[in-house]
Design a protein around this ligand. Sequence first.
Ligand code: SAM
Ligand code: SF4
Length: 327
Amino acid sequence: MSALADRYGRRFPYLRLSIIPACNFRCTYCLPHGYKADPQAAGPLSLDEIRRLLTGFTHMGMHKLRITGGEPSVRRDLTDIMRTAAAVPGLTKLAMTSNGTLLNRRLGEWMDAGLNALNISIDSLDRACFARITGYDRMQKILEGIDMALDAGLPSVKLNAVLMRGVNDDQLPRWLDYLRDHRVGVRFIELMQTGDNLAFFRDHHVRAIELETQIREQGWQELPRAADAGPAREYRHPDYAGRIGIIAPYSKDFCAGCNRLRVTATGDLRLCLFGEFGIPLRPLLQSDDQVEDLVRAIGGQIGRKEQGHFLHDGRTGIIPHLASTGG
Ligand code: SAM
Ligand code: SF4
């Protein structure tokens, strides 16, 4: 086995795989006009291609997969993809990031297929605000789905909320009410600039540190970082069942703890979310006996991973929006 490690000593046990670029929402910061299919674009990886890809990565020490998109639940064979991934030897954690629109209907099926961690994006607990952000009045159904996942004992349930100045950055009190008795972590994510959202970013970017300061002042205490922790800084408070995480991509050292690689829905390896290039792996996913070539190809590219992103300089790389790569 050749381990996945780069020249800065970082290891990559974690793969984020987008399984479809399409989405059924139109979040203002991501796909404000909804998803528009490119008729020239190749289709997403098939089930067999995904199985081979995961086999190659697990040969290199990857043990956690996050299925993302676009919106992964738009893909009809999502449950088959989960079942296939869960059966790949060495893959122990199977996570998904979803907008949660199908959660209340599909949770049981997904858990039976091997899903053991779920991040649901819910940018506001105010129904009207949620509808303004996403384009759909679905907050109540999504909250129902989250309660079902918690009641069903899914091992990890987390919520994601993107912070936007003048949109939802005054809603901490609502979140605190929710977290008082919901044993769930909400991670507030600082809005990131992408190729398509510059004007929106300029109007609504707010530093996550502002919210972090507020919670610290209210007695939330930062938890020690686990060795394999992702980029979130986690907080707890004795009066609350839930936790708060802060994801601040513009903060110093954000990239030092990077532990993940990404593959797009069409099989391009992306060494960084904001990288300048993709490495096409699809030609190496056409038969089961290509796994060694695949492992060699991935291993040969890791050295090209940059130490950090260039977002501070406004360089967003090749992605127009996060739906295209899998956020
Ligand atoms: N559709 C799914 C969802 O929304 O959870 C999965 C894909 S979405 C691209 C993954 C995550 O990226 C979501 O939590 C979303 O809010 C976040 N995201 C998208 N665009 C972003 C941006 N420009 N800045 C920060 N987070 C963003
Ligand atoms: Fe779709 Fe997720 Fe992007 Fe919202 S953030 S438009 S749900 S891909």
